[in-house]
Write a protein that binds this ligand. Sequence first.
Ligand code: HEM
Length: 152
Amino acid sequence: MDNTILINAHSILRWAVLLFGIYAITKSAQGVFMKQSFTASHSMAGTLLVASVHLQIVIGLLLYIARDWHQSFGNMAETMGNPALRFWAVEHLTGMLVAAIIIQIGRSRSKKAKETTAKHKTALIFYTIGILLIVAMIPWPFRAEVARSLWP
Ligand code: HEM
């Protein structure tokens, strides 16, 4: 598959992840602070977030292989010594995977919790941490030091 298609899909899907993240955080915050019962819409908010993150991870991994980033492990000293190389070869990959795991753990713990407040609280804490990590690991246009344009 053409890399451009993957990069565009990955770039656009970031907005779905962020929107579903804000939605799931808002729903769980409402659940906690307005003492709502845990409804199908609260559950759906978590499902949409997890699904969009999973899809983003799959596209990201395909892109990682297609763009040969795994080859940078062959020269670890150079990779770790260069901030832009390190960001793409290591930090973006691990940061996003950890964020996905945190969100996934939050979803299953929230599902398993017996008490309504515990369900909302667990979702709120884990989704917030996961989304903050994702925001921190996105190569925003203002982060010139990790710009994709640095690479062929
Ligand atoms: C929720 C998770 C993720 C988000 C929100 C995200 C977001 C982004 C964004 C916004 C870009 C820049 C696209 C552009 O410049 O138009 C990008 C590039 C990229 N991402 Fe992710 N990403 C995520 C997870 C991952 C994962 C798990 C991998 C796996 C290794 C990955 C690998 C890549 C690669 C290889 C590039 C392109 C770098 C290059 O130009 O070679 N991403 N990502």
